[in-house]
Design a protein around this ligand. Sequence first.
Ligand SMILES: *Cc1c(COP(=O)(O)O)cnc(C)c1O
Ligand SMILES: [Zn+2]
Length: 384
Amino acid sequence: MHLTHLECPRCGTTQDADRLQNLCPCGSPLLARYDLAAVGRAVDPPRLAGRAPDLWRYQELLPVADPAHRTSLGEGFTPLFPAPRFGARIGVPRLLVKDEGLLPTGSFKARGAAVGVSRAAELGARSVAMPTNGNAGAAWATYAARAGLRATIAMPAAAPAITRQEVRAAGAELYLVDGLIGDAGRLLAERTAGTGTFDVSTLKEPYRLEGKKTMGYEVAEQLGWRVPDVIVYPTGGGVGLIGIHKALGELRTLGWIEARQPRLVAVQATGCAPVVRAFQAGARRAEPWPDPTGSVAFGITVPAPLGDELILAALSATGGTAVAVSDPDLLADRQEFARSEGLLLCPEGAACLTAARRLRETGWIDGDEQVVVINTGAGLKYPE
Ligand SMILES: *Cc1c(COP(=O)(O)O)cnc(C)c1O
Ligand SMILES: [Zn+2]
């Protein structure tokens, strides 16, 4: 394993990676750092090519020392396919969709859960707890069961019903709250105080991000170790966006991809868009969204993302932007996409289609650019 330490992106202090860690004392999430020179000596793209098509093919860039601690259900290496008919309709003929709906538990939360649970187990955790908008809880309950850990999950009662059933089926303890994800977090903090349960809330431990960053490695590898012009990402807690940015930075340091960065786009729902508002104001931090209204894109309804600073930094470092979209628009694009390309996206993925369409209309995206939309979950999880 080439993991060396954890680093605080805000105050620059480092922490030991060999024991369970939550936030930096300054309040920022911690980032996992590797000896990339050693990684470069251990592996290169041609040697990667022959490995199994899952996220563990990037093992040198992942934080699990002993393969026996890998908790896997076959996650990763999801298809990146062209969407030429829908793309032509919105004036982006080189549109590509990465379909994370094929992952175990039907969402890309499986990536973070696979790596996060593996590392928590390796460092001796016996039980984990997290608030969730649904999919993260389903994935962590599932992978915790696979690893033999206990899980305690709290979610809004309004979260997609299937995710509740997944949590219960995996034998986790489930609390439903009449409120939003922040309320679920407060309830959990009360219930688990003093129990020794490891808090695996979004970005409060450093390794979920390491699982989600593998989307960035895959996009680069699937494009022949090149990067697209734009990556459009439905942003709740922002873990995937921060992760893709981190992953591409690591690949550039390794010299596996060119210096050019794809412009990252954070997509939110109009009723809860703290990142969009902060980006438009040119702010470094996002204010909590005061009066969130529900969206069918439930996974991106996060009024106070802990990673606000890292999300906004990734957008500005890449020349990216942030866009808020409405439910009627994203549902219309979802329908249109299913008709023209034959795949039912999750509402959050469909929100990215609307954002791409709008950014093409304003000229922010050029007609000859290659644009990757991340479909973060399976449309089948949302029968309603
Ligand atoms: C969690 C989730 C998101 C948001 O992911 P973050 O990385 O936390 O921003 C988007 N789409 C779906 C389907 C999700 O479950
Ligand atoms: Zn710090």
